[in-house]
Design a binder for this molecule. Structure first.
Ligand code: SAM
Length: 292
């Protein structure tokens, strides 16, 4: 057995050996607690027939735990300085591969096809760089990858918004965008002390299980997201007022929006936070012909 990377002592040794200094701008907060890492991996439900995509392996703390369980792990790392370190720390795990690339620019689908042929169960598992959590999750979902789901560490505040239900103050366009594609649940709240350096915010691990089909397939996802975002521009305003100011101008706009609300059975005085995803989907489809 190899000594785990994710202990404070081993992590410090590795960083010192390579003279590595953390880049705040790249969201570098490394995990130094093996129990937390094992817990993350457990929550992903992986087996020896599974494969994992990791975003931002750092010095390989999570990559190592994934490699112990999965058939294969491919990790995208943006910081070139980490490549020689990963080559060293991951040497005992031939089932790992590091790709030096910004995950936001990567063709992840192609990588999955090339690297995971014959593997059916694929999960994304990561301790995400906090400056880009939402763009990374949205990219992975919008790319429609052949994955079972995503288990990631992120800011607790963002996890709360992602998993929020209608009628709560956290519920908004982010909850809707992500729950449209997945079932979302927070599986763990994590203290700052398990990171090096410690982040300024609390963290949580969230599990997103991809739906076979989007929750309520809409005519246009782009317009659906325009309507949902537009309905939360000013949270205290009614749905009609928010849509009046956020939707593009058109002839008799107010009448059209009111007609669509009536047709979908939504009281125009309600606020966006009270509408379910299904209601937003129906509203978006009813409004669509008026604006196209
Ligand atoms: N997985 C390691 C761990 O848990 O200790 C490191 C996690 S650290 C929070 C985030 C990692 O993502 C860093 O290694 C950082 O360099 C990398 N990173 C930041 N932005 C990235 C991007 N756009 N694409 C790929 N990796 C990125």
């Amino acid at each position: 057995m190899h000594k785990d990377i994710a202990t404070p002592v081993r992590t410090k040794m590795i960083l010192e050996k390579y003279g590595f200094s953390f880049k705040k701008s790249l969201g570098q907060n490394f995990l130094i607690d093996t129990n937390i890492l094992r817990n993350i991996v457990e929550n992903a439900g992986l087996t020896s027939d599974s494969a994992a995509i990791e975003v931002g392996p750092g010095i390989g703390a999570l990559t190592e735990q994934l490699a112990k369980v999965c058939k294969k792990v491919v990790a995208f790392e943006i910081d070139q300085r980490l490549l020689p370190i990963l080559e060293d720390t991951l040497a005992p795990y031939p089932n790992t591969k590091v790709i030096h690339q910004d995950v936001l620019k990567a063709n992840v689908k192609e990588v999955i096809e090339d690297e995971f042929s014959g593997i059916e169960d694929i999960m994304v598992v990561a301790n995400l760089p906090y400056y880009v959590t939402t763009p990374i999750i949205m990219k992975l979902l919008e790319d429609r990858l052949p994955i079972r789901g995503i288990v990631v560490m992120l800011q607790k505040e963002v996890a709360d918004r992602i998993a929020a239900k209608p009628g709560t103050k956290e519920y908004g366009s982010l909850s809707i965008a992500i729950q449209y594609y997945t079932e979302a649940e927070t599986v763990m709240v994590v203290p700052k002390t398990v990171f090096m350096p410690q982040p300024n915010v609390d963290s949580a691990v969230i599990r997103l299980t991809r739906r076979k089909e989007p929750l309520y397939p809409v005519i246009s996802e782009e317009f659906f997201f325009t309507v949902t975002r537009g309905s939360f521009v000013q949270r205290r305003k009614t749905i009609i007022n928010n849509l009046m100011s956020s939707l593009p101008n058109g002839k008799e706009k107010k009448d059209m929006i009111l007609t669509a609300l009536t047709q979908t059975g939504i009281d125009s005085k309600r606020r966006g936070e009270s509408l379910s995803i299904e209601e937003f989907a129906k509203l978006s489809d009813t409004l669509y012909p008026f604006f196209h």
